[in-house]
Design a protein around this ligand. Structure first.
Ligand code: ADP
Ligand code: MG
Length: 694
């Protein structure tokens, strides 16, 4: 199939709508989207019918409201189009009402105590700004998920709300610059990392099956030290997988663009072309789903966990973010005129202020049990939120703060509202890969996200906190008599007040931890430490002001996040116990028996058996250590399960359960090193990381 026929062939996109909808229906839909007004039932009925016909022509029998509950993954419940007729047959029907609203019984989705089960029903409402698409013979309708009493139960609704909040405040600012803009949208391009391993090794590891990561495993003789995998030649089997993945994603209208090998063995990356945040968020969910499905077709398993293997890099997701007007102007792109550059600096200042004022929320937005293994480890940006602007931009802002005109090697002078900014090339802005939040020429790259994350969460926060800065700026600027002077003063004031958040050095170094502490920056090292910040009075006030979350919704989300953390660690601990009891200890004991038997036989022949005895002795000691750690871990897990207060419970998992898990693992990994391959009960790191061959 040629690309023009392939791309978006499974999407009910604008072209299809123009072809299939009566002109007036198409126009009404467009105007409802532009003005954010509800779609009439008459209009929805026509659209539903056109969607159904299109979907049936493509082989569909079912439809589903595709939504994103707080689990962070997507949910779907399929309904057939069939309607019985009087003559005992069926016709295929899909009504406007069914399109607009679905009513899944949603009592089993996380709700953080918002809904009692007797009022368990939630409803899903169509998001007409994200196109419907076909997946596995089902018409999928992107939707929001809300409880009957109106509380938001998903990740999409607040994302849409945050985009609206940002648009409103950004338009206020742009108006002051004399621009007639009615909508500003946020844009995201998420770079997605993942591992591919052979299905045969996956199936032999209970930890991978239950938790998505390895809980045991001594390092392989070869890891990533030769740096030969990053951007290396892609293996044929992986090439075929990637081609298949691209094709399936293109059919779904996902703009998959870049693919390459990553740092760790078996690690890869896929980056799409950016699009508006909610569309990008849907697309990233589909991408993760397709990555897994297609791997299975190729006899492989795609691991999206943040840290599948100890000792080699884990996987993250880089959230490239910007704002853009309905006229196509990127607000983080330095302009061509002095006025535009003043505007650029003002939006930049808004982001700087937002990141500094709400470090805690950004940190919360990337907190999870899986991501705790990365943030702060020597491979991903630290748990401390800071920003990198690049030398040139930093120089300009510093000059403004000090009332100097900026001059870089006398090549360019800069004064707000008077002179022109240089265009920042990627080269001058992208040098620091250790920064959690880096300006990369015409966008910011938020690099703390874990690979499994829904990008909705972090973008809800980003949009809301920048909306807040812009709102404060607008309040201050709207009454100004000399607008340009007021902008200049505001940029100066903001930079001085918030420059502590800017750090251009090595974010992985120990010095930075000390320096950040001196600057008073937050360093929330783990999920249980970070999450409670979500519901601080300052943050609830922010969410309520912009209509993103109510206090009750914040409360419930805090609980869901902590509960999720506790549950994940609990599953990991139970899996470790199971593997130790049922696989590791029996295997090692059998090997010890074999060694002992050999030693006896050797001695009987009159030879020395020191080697066999020494190994048997060492392994016996390690078995005892492991048994002790196992006991300790079991006790801790039982204790954890009895703690009622969720904050205390999560913290106990962090401080006590994880420590016990680490101890057990240390003994087991040492046993692995000393046990013959033949006896070790599951594939080793070497066997897994190099399982995909050409
Ligand atoms: P890398 O960070 O690996 O060097 P690139 O700079 O090429 O990669 O791009 C990273 C991502 O940033 C891509 O997904 C790209 O589409 C996205 N991107 C580019 N411009 C914008 C923008 N204005 N808003 C959001 N994302 C953007
Ligand atoms: Mg990047």
């Amino acid at each position: 199939m040629v690309m023009s026929d392939l791309f978006g062939s499974l999407v009910f996109n604008d072209t299809v709508m123009q072809e299939r909808l009566p002109k007036y229906t198409y126009k009404e839909l467009k105007s409802c989207i532009a003005n954010d007004t509800p779609i009439s039932l008459t209009c929805a009925t026509v659209i539903a019918n056109a969607m159904k016909d299109w979907a049936i022509e493509k082989g569909c029998t079912h439809y589903t409201h595709w939504f994103q509950p707080m689990t962070g993954i997507t949910a779907e419940k399929h309904d057939a189009f069939i309607q019985p007729t009087a003559d005992g047959k069926v016709i295929m029907e899909f009504s406007g009402k069914e399109l607009i609203k679905g009513e899944p019984d949603a009592s089993s989705f996380p709700n953080g105590g918002i809904r009692a089960t007797f009022e368990a029903r939630g409803y899903t409402a169509w998001d007409p700004t994200s196109y419907a698409f076909i997946k596995d013979g089902t018409l999928c309708i992107p939707t929001a998920f809300v409880s009957y009493t109106g509380e938001v139960l998903d990740k999409k609704t607040p994302l849409l709300k945050s985009m609206k909040a940002l648009s409103k405040t950004a338009c206020r600012i742009l108006k002051l610059f004399g621009k007639d803009v009615s909508n500003v949208t946020t844009t995201v391009g998420p770079e997605q990392e993942y591992f591919l391993i052979d299905k045969s090794v996956y199936e032999k590891r209970k930890d991978l099956i239950y938790t998505g990561r390895t809980l045991y495993g001594a390092p392989a003789p070869k890891g990533q030290e030769l740096e030969d995998h990053y951007f290396g030649t892609i293996k044929q089997r992986v090439v075929k997988y990637m081609a298949d993945l691209d094709t399936e994603l293109w059919k779904l209208g996902v703009l998959a663009k870049t693919k390459h090998n990553e740092v760790a063995p078996a690690q890869h990356e896929l980056a799409p072309i950016f699009s508006q945040s909610n569309v990008s968020s849907d697309a990233n969910q589909l991408t993760m789903e397709m990555m897994k499905k297609i791997a299975s077709r190729h006899g492989m398993v795609c691991l999206l966990h943040e840290k599948p293997f100890e000792g080699v890099n884990g996987s993250g997701k880089h959230n490239n973010w910007s704002m853009s007007t309905d006229k196509g102007e990127n607000l983080l792109e330095p302009g061509d005129t002095p006025e535009d550059n003043a505007q650029f600096l003002l939006f930049l200042a808004a982001v700087i202020k937002a990141v500094d004022d709400y470090q805690d929320l950004l940190r919360v937005s990337v907190a999870s049990a899986g991501n705790d293994h990365r943030l702060g480890a020597n491979e991903a940006p630290p748990a401390i939120v800071s920003m990198f602007l690049g030398e040139e931009l930093d120089g300009i802002l510093t000059a403004i703060a000090e009332d100097r005109t900026y001059s870089k090697r006398a090549k360019c002078e800069y004064e707000i509202g008077v002179s022109s900014l240089p265009k920042f090339t990627k080269d001058t802005t992208d040098r620091n890969r250790t920064s959690p939040f880096a300006f990369t020429g015409n966008k910011f790259e938020f690099r703390m996200l874990g690979s499994t994350f829904s990008i909705a969460g972090p973008n809800i926060i980003l949009n809301t906190i920048v909306a807040e800065s812009l709102d404060q700026f607008a309040d201050e600027l709207e009454g100004a008599s000399d607008f340009m002077a007021a902008v200049k003063a505001l940029v100066k004031k903001t930079f001085i007040a918030h420059k502590k958040i800017i750090f251009n050095g090595n974010g992985y170094s120990d010095e930075w931890v000390k320096e950040a502490k001196k600057r008073g920056l937050l360093n929330l090292q783990s999920t249980p430490e970070a999450i409670p910040y979500f519901k601080s009075a300052k943050n609830i006030a922010l969410f309520e002001k912009h209509g993103i979350f109510s206090a009750l919704e914040v409360e419930s989300r805090t609980e869901i996040l902590l509960e999720n953390y506790a549950k994940v660690v609990n599953i990991e601990a139970l899996t470790m116990i199971d593997m130790a009891n049922k696989q590791i200890l029996p295997a090692v004991t059998t090997y010890i028996k074999e060694l002992a038997k050999t030693a006896l036989a050797t001695k009987e022949l009159g030879f020395e058996a020191t080697a066999q005895t020494a190994i048997a002795k060492k392994l016996t000691k390690l078995c005892q250590d492991a048994a002790k750690s196992l006991e300790e871990l079991s006790t801790k897990v039982h204790k954890a399960e009895t703690i009622a207060d969720i904050e205390k419970k999560a913290m106990f998992y962090r401080t006590d359960v994880i420590t016990a898990m680490d101890k057990l693992r240390a003994a087991a990994d040492e046993m692995e090193v000393n046990t013959a391959d033949k006896y070790w009960p599951f594939p080793t790191y070497g066997a897994i990381l190099f399982s995909v061959k050409d």
